[in-house]
Design a protein around this ligand. Sequence first.
Ligand code: SF4
Length: 367
Amino acid sequence: MKNVVERALENNTEEKIAVFKAKQKLSYEVKVRYAAARAFEFYRHPEIGGWCYVAVGGLDSITLLLFLRSIGLDMPAISVSVLEDKSIQAVHKQLGVQALKPLKTKVEVLREFGWPVLSKEMAGKIDLLQHPSEKNATVRHAIITGETGEYGGYRKGTRMKLSQKWLDKFGGYENENEGVNYQKPDFLVSDKCCYYLKEKPCNDYAKETGRYPYMGLMASEGGRRQKALMINGCNYISPGTKRSCPFAIFTRQDLLQLALDLQVPVPEIYGKIVRDADGTLRTTKAQRTGCSMCGFGIHLEKRPHRFDRLWERNPKEWDMWMNHVDRLPDGSWFGWGHVLDYIGVEWREPEKHLVPSEEQQLSFDFK
Ligand code: SF4
């Protein structure tokens, strides 16, 4: 049974989420004004004092940078640009974004810590199974069975349990302890990639400079930060964390409209922003981008998936990532192809799954 305080906190959370959802339904014009107001509020907050930076990655945060500049908020922009697509790097350069270096190369991270696959949450659990210690025994038990044990109040059927599909593939590390008969992969899985490649360099920059970030996150995009964004809102200022996400209540449509209004240079990887007959905006190529070799969410994508697209852009780079990243115990080379085979994601013959983009089709039509 929940006590009065727990129930009140829960209600408060529900209320915050309801208010946030109402704001998401405001008109585009109102949301843009709201974003500007929140951005200024953060900038002028006594604990911030204008000492900020913009964390830049793909189109969302490039739009944020230009939005902040358009309302007169000028500040350094930083990015671990090298992780982005070449066309995004070119736009970063054009906009004077300062390039930070990752602590390790992508290949080093994959070899040392493991492959970012399935989802960040699941990869973290598999990483724990692959690194058993006395300390994490209770959590490992919960990952396999869903039972939280003494410290977790003996709860059963919790969300800690990996789904059966992935237990079958990755749960084999606990076969003896749990009396089960699951498989084990011959590669490591990890959720640490983002930390070493992206988060740590930005955190170090923030620590060294004492500046606080503006980020282009939108709750409508889902992901693991969605709930925190809805509860904490655009600006979050606490003793441990200070950040501003002026676009938190935006939808993808709002973002694309703003990019059009601000004449944001759209990196080539996205193609162009176009409006469909029903008025919906979209980009003609990639809708979203991330590291070209990331495996998070790949099992949910239809073909042509991100690795097919990588082949389309750069067959040599594709071959390297698919086949030549690390060595198996027998000395043979492997890459994403081996990992994708293991989780049942098809990746061979990308050319058969790629249809010409609309732009290419148009140019054929006119030939
Ligand atoms: S997005 Fe994926 S590949 Fe890129 S740093 Fe994060 S986990 Fe690694």
